[in-house]
Design a protein around this ligand. Sequence first.
Ligand SMILES: Cc1cc2nc3c(=O)[nH]c(=O)nc-3n(C[C@H](O)[C@H](O)[C@H](O)COP(=O)(O)OP(=O)(O)OC[C@H]3O[C@@H](n4cnc5c(N)ncnc54)[C@H](O)[C@@H]3O)c2cc1C
Length: 535
Amino acid sequence: MVLHQMPRWSARLFRAPPGWRRTCVLGPSMGSRWLPDRWGMYSPLVCRGYSSASGSPEVMLTCKRYPVQRLPFSTVSEKDLAAFESIIPGRVITDPDQVEACNVDWLRSVRGCSKVLLRPQTSEEVSHILRHCHERNLAVNPQGGNTGLVGGSVPVFDEIILSTALMNKVISFHNVSGILVCQAGCVLEELSRYVQEQDFIMPLDLGAKGSCHIGGNVSTNAGGLRFLRYGSLRGTVLGLEVVLANGTILNCLTSLRKDNTGYDLKQLFIGSEGTLGIITTVSILCPPRPQAVNVAFLGCPGFAEVLQTFTTCKGMLGEVLSAFEFMDAECMRLVRQHLHLAIPVQESPFYALVETSGSSVGHDAEKLGSFLEQVLDSGLVTDGTVATDQRKVQTLWALRERITEALSHDGYVFKYDISLPVERLYDLVIDLRTRLGPLAKHVVGYGHLGDGNLHLNVTAEAFSEGLLSSLEPYVYTWTAEQQGSVSAEHGLGFKKRHVLGYSKPPVAVQLMQQLKLLLDPKGILNPYKTLPAQD
Ligand SMILES: Cc1cc2nc3c(=O)[nH]c(=O)nc-3n(C[C@H](O)[C@H](O)[C@H](O)COP(=O)(O)OP(=O)(O)OC[C@H]3O[C@@H](n4cnc5c(N)ncnc54)[C@H](O)[C@@H]3O)c2cc1C
């Protein structure tokens, strides 16, 4: 194993005085089907939202595949279209090809039949639209980058799609506090680039960063790759502006670190998946950009060794440890097979990706070096490589970040995103391989080990009821028995709304339903999502 010199990130001086404010428009959204490739370029590999146009098979309508009844909402009339046109002239889209792209999710697993896509630019426009929809009892599906993995981002029937793609302005950035205020439709990667220019980073990062919007991230309470270091958006989001179902604008857009005045209402909207309000503006705390970032990609002989490597890592790397991800051999084979990425270490049953981020190049290199020596000598790790420059850091991260994409090339994917006690994190993968046998093409496990979060994925040539019934409710029951969570970070959306009860008691579910009724009495915001259907 070669331990290279650590990369040196250029330390920059602040360019603007404290309190500097400006408004800027970030580059146009890449659209919902573009994700960055390993070199940060945009690759059409995942341009799969279109059905017949792209030559890939048509996605079955959600209302045909799943037993779901349309609720008694109104249907969009010519008069409604005229009203929308007067609110957002030229941004009412009814062209079937353009609307169709927003009817299908990134996984191509669910499909609505909306006929209208609205593209507001301001909170006031969102407010006018919702006021009209509320009066007319029209259902609305908020949509960000459409990278959600649980079917929450696309309509189930003919809900109006309200896209935040044109709400992509940075409102202010304070380069002493690191507080960024921006519109909800800013693409995460664009924001990352923007704050990096001022020597800060976004507190979250995820494989879909080239397409997902900050509003979508907040609405799903996305976890991602920096969670271990910077924690949940519940801590880093300082304020929100939200438009409620009846069009009222709720301004909780504080930029204060501390504010204990009354209930913290913004928390209601973080992770509520567009069912309680439409997030229009976000205030978020960005950490300073680390001066030294190192990534080690390691091969481990078993899952027990992965766990021990993690324990050693926490003990020896302490405050500089910023990510600990794990992948099984099957995942990496699919990454190699479908994306043609090279795995830089000997084939191993498991792999771990360890990232350190700190303020001193020499100090971090020394710590990482001792850690690597220790895990190699003790046999916890059998092979590994360390990134020396930013380009190689990105290449190693791509192996982890692009697993979702590799899986999507393998066929229909049954996805589970669960929280478990870390020592039991891999048991379910082993169990399912035996249980499913040849029914499944692949059963793979990977995830944010440092956060106790397993991504369990089962691929098959096509969607199959038989396979689904072997998986569910088995996976959920198994998870509940370990006191785990049936959705660690992806939310419940459409596909998982009926499993809320495995992780929350009836009283909690009932209270959620009451909150929904209070904030959205007609139920027009993202119906059929997050909460189980009520009989
Ligand atoms: C390759 C890949 C990797 C991923 N990695 C991760 C990961 O590591 N961690 C993780 O947590 N997720 C991950 N995801 C899932 C997804 O990217 C996140 O859920 C992301 O936060 C969704 O953002 P979006 O803008 O695409 O939202 P969308 O998919 O458009 O919407 C998601 C939900 O939020 C609602 N919504 C969107 N915008 C708003 C708004 N402004 N106001 C109110 N509601 C809104 C929608 O109605 C929907 O219910 C990944 C997805 C892909 C494809």
